[in-house]
Design a protein around this ligand. Structure first.
Ligand code: PMP
Length: 288
């Protein structure tokens, strides 16, 4: 069956799913998106993703043409039309078709696109052995320039960081903020474990408040661990007992080497693996 893509209320075969070259989403990266997972027919943390999408849209002064419930129905119907129970959902809202020139308010209506597909960021081996990362020179966007909590279609800050880490032969790049504190990965949040405490940068470090990050913090607390949001330095990462990244696509992935230094023994840590197991149990039994 040919995959179908939703655009503004209609489903199109993949090859015919097209939008105008005058859409400001293309011309200026003017739009917002979400990456969501569906596990066994249940869309994981659906409301949180939808809320974040509407918050991102509000922050850039963009109206989404559907209500939250209508948009959720559109996602469910797209999954059904594609006969998918396990999927990665890319939900995109672009500013719409306009003229050349930045003014977003001359654009037609915002456009809604829903792609249901699969994503595998990292191989199975990396989940078992852990990945190598570097701290990149590109700093995370300053919150007062483009707040990282707006999940916008302009990902060049992250892409510049990704280019650095690929050129250095590393799998992931960790970005610091303008003050030199740890912010996040190019497409994921970062955690360390130190002296049995689970630590992650606070939202004030200028990060995307990841939905997986929130779930992992809840899971760690439920398991009786101490979880703290704390400013972390590069040195804290080098001296961590464990380090891992979280994200919708990646779930939880261990980091075992940073800037050529082994993290602790250089193997995925116990806490990381137990949280990964708990996360997988939650997603397989998930219902909204
Ligand atoms: N930070 C960035 C920059 C991201 O792009 C993402 C999502 N890919 C995350 C963190 C993780 O967010 P979530 O857990 O909501 O997917």
């Amino acid at each position: 069956m040919e995959p179908k893509v939703y655009i503004n209320g209609k489903l199109y075969p993949k090859d015919e799913a097209k939008i105008s070259v005058f859409d400001h989403g293309l011309l200026y990266g003017d739009g917002v998106f979400e990456g969501i997972r569906c596990y066994n027919g249940n869309v994981f943390r659906f409301s949180e993703h939808i809320d974040r999408l509407y918050d991102s849209a509000r922050a850039i002064s963009m109206k989404i043409q559907l209500t939250k419930d209508e948009l959720k129905d559109a996602v469910i119907n797209t999954l059904k039309a594609n006969n998918l129970k396990n999927s990665y959902i890319r939900l995109i809202v672009t500013r719409g078709v306009g003229k050349l020139g930045l003014n977003p308010f001359n654009c037609s209506k915002s456009q809604i696109i829903i792609i249901t597909d699969f994503i595998q960021l990292y191989s199975k081996e990396l989940y078992e052995k852990g990945l190598n990362a570097i701290i990149v020179a590109t700093i995370r966007n300053h919150s007062n320039a483009l707040n990282p909590n707006i999940k916008s279609l302009n990902y060049l800050n992250n892409i510049l960081a990704k280019i650095e880490c690929i050129n250095a032969g590393a799998t992931e790049g960790i970005m610091l903020n303008k003050d030199g504190y740890v912010a996040e990965g190019t497409g994921d949040n970062i955690f360390i474990v130190k002296n049995n405490e689970v630590l992650t940068p606070p939202t004030s470090a200028g990060i995307l408040i990841g939905i997986t990050r929130n779930v992992v913090m809840e899971l760690a607390k439920e398991a009786g661990m101490t979880v703290r949001e704390e400013q972390l330095t590069r040195n804290d990462l080098y001296n961590a007992d464990e380090c891992f990244l979280t994200g919708t696509a990646a779930e939880i992935i261990p980091v075992v080497n940073l800037d050529g230094r082994k993290i602790a023994s250089g193997k995925p840590g116990k806490v990381t693996l137990s949280l990964l197991k708990k996360y997988q149990e939650l997603t397989t039994q998930s219902s909204e």
